[in-house]
Design a protein around this ligand. Structure first.
Ligand code: WT7
Length: 648
């Protein structure tokens, strides 16, 4: 604990702070106090100032049906207008999307060009694919500009997009298509990775089986690889887009009309379709760009995420475009051709803000410790991290070598469900500490609570990271399952007798009331900053015919943060190649990201007499810790020693 309280403090760079959007802690406290005193006034004022309304809203926050809340009710807007049209007069010729392909090809897309492409795309969806307001459209795309056009085209006509990360398997894609009851898939005929083509279309083909709700597959031509063509179902983007008009009137959307779904793993069951709605989401996406990254009109912003994750949604597409910045989109792999690639790109494109995951930082550090010094990275002002706790050594390298000890590091803590950042330093105001997300952002009522009493915990104590008031960009529902929405997020912690939003993460305050996120309290594993549900991985493993029982837990991994450790009980015999076969199943059912690094074959699992698997014990064994928990309540206590022996 003393480590936690005595971490070195780094003050904001005074030169930078002078021109920052939030310049001091006094300003931060003033904003937060304003929000505490007049919550609706705080948010209502920003919504009026920052959003272009077609019709103004009449009610800032309606909590009468909590946790089903409404923000900015009565208001009408269109998110694509917020991201494109409103910039055209002043910044039409400014680069909106700066694209760098895997092979180094660069494309600069101005706001005017973006407008034309998105309007055409929107007309294509409407006219050729019969997409209507409220229809679900699955996007299974590589990182190419057309992926962003597809998102914004959906927003323009009021269709709900659901992006599925290109690394997910056909089985995972199929589940998501069916759960959302989507009628269209948008994909590509290939993309490039380390200069070699890779294919998405065959995965789509395998995901659409008898009885699928999919009517049409729109194929964007990126590589002209040969792909199977299903007559009557598959249509060519190049062919159809040619004669489309570049004017498509934006659909007039209510503040609370859904904008997108994004599936994410929970601790139990299948992935949940997290629903985000229009006004509140786009407001916070834009405001956090201004506050957390301090992005200015002339800045070039690079977030290395994939658009298949929430980070890509909010900080490659919606946030940067809503505020009229230039956003870099990168198709390739950051360590290819070598670990200097991102630093070369920072130099080439004069990147001002760079945002990535701790896993990427660890890889770049390991593979190219001295690479940053080979490039001119003086354009950098703010560095960001997201997705998992960052460890102090990675933080130090990032701060000193990448940021030349002059850039603030914003350790942004948030989730798919929060839409945008919730706990993060402000680069011109917050004194930072290594590997610490610091303070809730202004307007976010984030508190670490004791789950038993609902009281705020003290310095040095651990508790549950909660948000005690609804905020504009919060999740609005789990698609098709309102009960699961209530139970998953509002069932664990009550403050003053009222349910509050629980993130699923544990956290600790230090003596300055800085928040350090300590990781999930549930059975979710965070692999390279991506959430994996234990139940999903276990279900995939159980598909193997010789598997009787399985339990998976997370184990620390030097690069990935956490990796998956599986304990498998076979139906018969010794292990003979099952590990390989099981991982092949996982690849097929979920995707390579869920492959297990460790797999031990045991004769049983530690269970209580009622049959509940004691994962806590399995986690300790995986860590190599001595078992100090009481195991006398187990059905067969001797199993613990047996498994420990095997893992050694
Ligand atoms: C989970 C959310 C947020 C976009 C990417 C992941 C963990 C996220 C941090 C951070 C420590 C973090 C949490 C959270 N997490 N950011 N800065 N420090 N942990 O989105 O897949 O919804 O995962 O990632 O455990 O609950 P996601």
């Amino acid at each position: 604990m003393s480590d936690l309280h005595n971490r070195k403090v780094y003050q904001p760079n005074p030169e930078f702070a002078k021109n920052a959007n939030i310049k001091s802690m006094d300003e931060y406290h003033a904003l937060q106090n304003k929000a505490i005193e007049n919550y609706e006034g705080f948010w209502g004022d920003y919504a009026k100032e920052k959003l272009d309304w077609i019709e103004p809203f009449t009610n800032t926050l309606d909590e009468s049906n909590f946790p089903f809340v409404k923000w900015f009710d009565g208001g009408k807007l269109n998110v694509s207008v917020q991201c494109i049209d409103r910039h055209l007069k002043r910044r039409g010729e400014k680069t909106a999307i700066l694209f760098e392909g895997d092979r180094g090809d660069v494309q600069k897309i101005t706001y005017n060009e973006l407008s034309r492409s998105v309007n055409k795309f929107a007309n294509l969806l409407k006219e050729d694919l019969n997409v209507k307001k409220g229809d679900r459209v699955v996007i299974y795309m590589p990182m190419i500009p057309e992926a962003a056009y597809a998102m914004l085209a959906c927003a323009r006509i009021g269709a709900i997009h659901s992006i599925v990360f290109g690394g997910f398997s056909s089985a995972a894609l199929k589940d998501r298509i069916e759960d959302a009851d989507a009628k269209i898939v948008i994909t590509a005929d290939g993309a490039y990775r380390k200069t070699k083509p890779y294919m998405l279309k065959p995965v789509v083909d395998a995901a659409i089986t008898e009885g699928s709700p999919i009517e049409k597959v729109l194929v964007v031509e990126r590589n002209n690889e040969e792909v199977t063509w299903v007559e009557g179902r598959d249509v060519s983007y190049t062919k159809l887009i040619k004669d489309k008009s570049d004017v498509c009137a934006p659909e007039v959307m209510d503040s609370e009309d859904p904008l997108f779904l994004l599936y994410t793993s929970g601790s139990t069951g299948k992935p949940k379709g997290v629903q985000h709605n229009s006004a509140g989401y786009i407001l916070w996406a834009q405001m956090t760009m201004e506050w957390v990254f301090d992005v200015k009109e002339t800045d070039v912003f690079w977030c290395t995420a994939d658009i298949g994750w929430i980070t890509g949604h909010t900080y490659i597409v919606y946030g940067p475009l809503a505020m009229g910045a230039t956003t870099l989109m990168f198709e390739g792999v950051i360590t290819y051709p070598d670990a200097g690639r991102p630093w070369k790109m920072v130099q080439d494109h004069k990147i001002n803000q760079f945002y990535t995951a701790p896993t990427a930082i660890r890889v770049l550090h390991k593979m190219g410790e001295n690479e940053p010094s080979k490039y001119d990275m003086s354009s950098l002002k703010v560095l960001g991290t997201v997705g998992e706790p960052i460890d102090p050594p990675a933080w130090k390298w990032y701060y000193e070598e990448v940021g030349s000890s002059k850039c603030a590091i914003v350790d942004t803590y948030w989730q798919t469900e929060t839409g945008g950042h919730i706990v993060s330093p402000l680069p011109g105001a917050t004194p930072i500490k290594p590997a610490c997300a610091t303070l809730p952002l202004p307007g976010i009522m984030g508190e670490i609570l004791d789950p038993e009493t609902g009281q705020k915990v003290g310095a040095g104590e651990s508790g549950y990271m909660c948000i005690t008031r609804p905020w504009p960009s919060m999740i609005r529902g789990v698609w098709g399952d309102p009960e699961r929405f209530v139970k998953s997020y509002f069932g664990d912690v009550k403050k003053d007798g009222k349910a509050v939003y629980f993130t699923g993460d544990g956290a600790t305050y230090d003596k300055d009331e800085y928040i350090t996120i300590t990781g999930r309290t549930d059975d979710v594993i965070n692999v390279s900053g991506h959430r994996m549900g234990t139940a999903e991985v276990e279900a995939a493993i159980l598909k193997h015919k010789n598997v009787a029982e399985v339990a998976v837990v997370g184990r620390k991994h030097t690069i990935k943060g956490e990796c998956i450790f599986a304990y498998v009980v076979l139906k018969s015999g010794e292990e003979t190649g099952e590990k390989k076969e099981i991982n092949a199943f996982i690849k097929q059912e979920i995707g390579s990201i869920a492959i297990c690094d460790d797999m031990v074959f045991t004769s049983g699992l530690p269970k209580t007499r009622s049959g509940k698997i004691m994962r806590r014990i399995l986690r300790s064994i995986a860590k190599g810790e001595a078992i100090t928990q009481d195991i006398s309540t187990l059905e067969d206590p001797s199993i613990v020693a047996k498994i420990s022996e095997m893992v050694k």
